[in-house]
Design a protein around this ligand. Structure first.
Ligand SMILES: [Zn+2]
Length: 455
């Protein structure tokens, strides 16, 4: 590390202190408390098919508790704008229209096979709403209760914002971003489940404003994986030239059995941006139905942590055109690995949330996981537009439960907005991914190390 300048070294030492300061907080947030800020809840019978609304027009009642001044929403917040934009985010990419209706109703429908047929967004502190949060009144920012019939058609979905937490629309530290929260819950209302892509709107954890010392606006904008997931329920917006193509396939585990419930994702070949993500079916099959036409690199990894750490394997590269379906099949090797990349870190905190960064800048980021070090592992990105600054790698002491490495990532100015992965790679070429750990966003991240020259 002789190349490290004095200033850089001071910075690193300061960061180490900062890390120790946050160690307790980190353990509290990531290891002991499940970082579930959002929870979907399904009322009625168990289901195996994808839930969706029958009609392309979905009426949503906005409770007066949300519009009148609420002690849980910072005064001066743009509540109506947040509601409108959270609905438009989904309307803009799929064939659905929301019809907003004002309502004096305060409470969600109680659990059961049927609700009252009114889909409500509320923040009222009524007992029906409070009971929905159970013992999670400090951790869960909102809950959506979905009612559906035997055909898998959604008949009602109610969204309760946690009346014990604080919301805002201006990034105020310690509050939840109202628009990010609602955009996620509207996804549930439409029938979507959680995504494992860290930067996706449908990822289960939603940071308060202030995690990483940043505003938590990234869930306002849909990830490509959110878009392809909602399009598989409702189709693309009419007139979308490039949509849609399909990729199907089947995975076999090393023991010859179907690789069921494996996580599969598709990256845009030229950019490394994550476009689709899903889990394999019980027979090991999978089907991306609504990807933009193009060339993709497809990966799979075991979701269960039972035996070994998660090893990601490339299934193949495919090109698929509009209205066409490409297919892939692979028997996975599943050789055991002794390391795992799990968390992403920034500004002294590790989390299961993605870090929002800007193109054309460079940042110091952290990877946390199991048995990581800079001697035995290389680190890299899914995108050719991102690179590690030479001699910027350091190990950090976070205690025995997690190993942490930091480095500077340079992001080229031409990097498109979206979600990208970071990985750790062994000398044998085995890789473990922090899937979608880096979100390239428009919202400014002011903590860059220096700006790259751009033209
Ligand atoms: Zn959720």
């Amino acid at each position: 590390m002789a190349a490290v300048s004095r200033r850089k070294l001071d910075y690193i030492l300061n960061m180490r202190k900062f890390f120790q300061l946050y160690l307790k907080l980190f353990l509290l947030i990531v290891l002991t408390v499940p970082a579930k800020a959002y929870v979907p809840e399904y009322s009625g019978e168990t289901f195996s098919q994808k839930l969706h609304w029958k009609s392309a027009v979905i009426p949503i009642s906005i409770s007066s508790s949300l519009i009148k001044s609420s002690p849980n929403i910072k005064p001066g917040s743009d509540v109506e704008g947040a509601v409108r934009r959270s609905l438009e985010a989904w309307e803009n990419v799929t064939n659905v229209t929301f019809e907003q209706l004002p309502s004096d109703k305060q409470s969600v429908s109680p659990a059961g096979n049927f609700g009252d047929g009114i889909s409500l967004i509320t923040i009222a502190p009524t007992s029906e709403n409070v009971v929905m949060f159970g013992g999670n009144t400090e951790e869960v920012s909102a809950i959506t209760r979905v009612f559906f019939n035997k055909k898998g058609m959604i008949t009602e979905a109610d969204i309760a914002l946690n009346p014990y937490l604080q919301f805002s629309t201006d990034g105020s530290i310690g509050t939840f971003d109202l628009e990010s929260t609602l955009t996620h819950e509207i996804g549930h209302l439409m029938g979507l489940e959680h995504s494992s892509v860290l930067g996706a709107t449908m990822h289960e954890s939603n940071g308060k404003n202030g995690v990483f010392n940043l505003e938590s606006f990234d869930s306002r904008t849909l990830a490509e994986t959110d878009i392809s997931a909602v399009r598989s329920l409702y189709g693309a917006k009419f007139g979308d030239e490039n949509c849609c193509a399909a990729i199907g396939g089947k995975l076999t585990a090393a023991d010859g059995k179907p690789a069921k419930n494996y996580q599969v994702w598709a990256e845009e070949y030229a950019t490394g941006k994550i476009i689709g993500e899903l889990n394999t079916n019980i027979d090991g099959s999978f089907q991306f139905e609504m990807l933009p036409a193009g060339k993709y690199r497809v990966f799979a990894q075991n979701r269960t942590k039972a035996k070994n750490f998660k090893l990601a394997e490339e299934i193949g590269v495919v090109e698929t055109g509009k209205g066409r379906s490409a297919s892939l099949a692979k028997k996975l090797e599943q050789s055991p690995i002794g390391f795992e990349a799990q968390y992403i870190g920034f500004n002294g905190q590790l989390s299961e949330r993605s870090v929002s960064l800007n193109a054309g800048k460079s940042y110091t980021i952290y990877i946390g996981g199991k048995n990581l070090n800079i001697k035995d592992y290389k680190f890299g990105f899914s995108s050719p537009f991102m690179s590690i600054t030479p001699n910027s790698l350091f190990e950090h002491d976070f205690g025995k439960d997690v190993s942490v490495v930091s480095f500077e990532v340079k992001i080229k100015p031409q990097t498109a907005l979206g979600e990208y992965s970071v990985f750790a790679e062994s000398l044998k070429g085995q890789k473990s991914y922090v899937l979608g750990g880096l979100s390239i966003e428009q919202f400014e991240n002011p903590w860059s190390n220096h700006s790259l020259v751009s033209n």
